[in-house]
Design a binder for this molecule. Structure first.
Ligand SMILES: Cc1cc2nc3c(=O)[nH]c(=O)nc-3n(C[C@H](O)[C@H](O)[C@H](O)COP(=O)(O)O)c2cc1C
Length: 267
């Protein structure tokens, strides 16, 4: 539902122009309006709300004063430094991330884009070290069983070099991280492959700006896939599946320089 405050609307048409699904139309008296028969196509992306210079529009009950203002952005140089200096962190200090910082991370997640603005991701954050250690030891037990039965060699022939490490109890999956965040996505989401990893990538960059270290963990996604009992302990809403996992904590490594990766062909 889009509502217009006619007292403040200046009829500039910016909301109509920026409506991605073209459902906002110039209506009676030139004021923008959402015809009832088109209302179901509205993605609730809030572009109309964000673009309105007069703050005259509310989108599904959200008004201009509910939105953050336009703040300063990192300049291009700092942004490029962030992209270059972000590293996957595999050494963590034995120190929990405070609930205040975890709250900051949780609130930042709301701004992740999702395909068709589906916006129904679900995040499970493992903030308790003991709980993380439980996932660590249960995963290790499962992997050791898969190795002993020979199944591991069959399903993941390329992981042969990790087998001895797993058998010796090394945490090759969670890398000693004190925390992880699991992004789950409805099985019916239009962009279910992309949405969770995009959300975690956004969060990853934000984490770096807070001084945290993080590491995407495709291995954990596989580990949960092979262990339905462990997956159940995440208490995901019904109809959801795990889309991505990000490890995080305070880093116990500093880098003296950025890397020099080979450029991708980009023609
Ligand atoms: C989708 C995805 C899954 C990944 N899974 C793992 C993983 O399971 N374990 C791990 O240690 N690193 C994982 N990584 C991190 C990559 O190995 C890492 O990005 C790459 O080595 C480059 O290093 P950098 O991130 O420090 O630039 C993953 C990265 C991506 C993008």
């Amino acid at each position: 539902m889009i509502e217009i405050d006619r007292q403040s609307c200046i009829k500039c048409g910016k909301c109509i122009r920026d409506c991605v699904v073209e459902v906002l139309k110039a209506g009676e008296g030139g004021y923008p309006s959402l015809p009832p028969e088109l209302a179901r196509y509205c993605l609730n992306c809030q572009h109309c709300l964000a673009v309105c210079p007069a703050g005259a529009l509310s989108c599904h009950g959200v008004k201009a004063p509910d939105c953050a203002g336009i703040g300063e952005l990192p300049d291009a140089g700092k942004m490029l430094n962030l992209l270059r200096q972000r590293r996957s962190i595999r050494h963590y200090r034995n120190e929990a991330v405070s609930p205040e910082i975890i709250d900051k991370l949780k609130s930042a997640l709301a701004w992740t884009p999702t395909g068709c603005n589906y916006h129904r991701l679900f995040f499970r954050i493992i903030s308790d070290r003991a709980e993380m250690d439980y996932f660590r030891s249960e995963t290790s037990k499962m992997l050791q069983l898969l190795i002993r039965t020979g199944i591991m060699r069959l399903i993941y022939p390329n992981f042969r070099r990790y087998l001895d490490e797993i058998m010796s109890g090394k945490d090759v999956i969670y890398r000693g991280a004190p925390h992880m965040i699991i992004a789950a996505v409805p099985k019916s989401a239009p962009c279910r492959e992309a949405d969770p990893w995009i959300a975690l990538s956004y969060l990853d960059l934000y984490m770096q700006s807070l001084g945290l270290g993080s590491c995407w963990c495709g291995f954990a996604v596989h580990a949960f896939k092979w262990n339905p009992r462990l997956r159940k302990e995440l208490h995901l809403p019904s109809g959801y599946r795990i889309g991505g996992v990000l490890l995080f904590g305070w880093p116990d490594v500093t880098y003296a320089r950025a890397t020099a990766p080979e450029a991708f062909p980009a023609e």
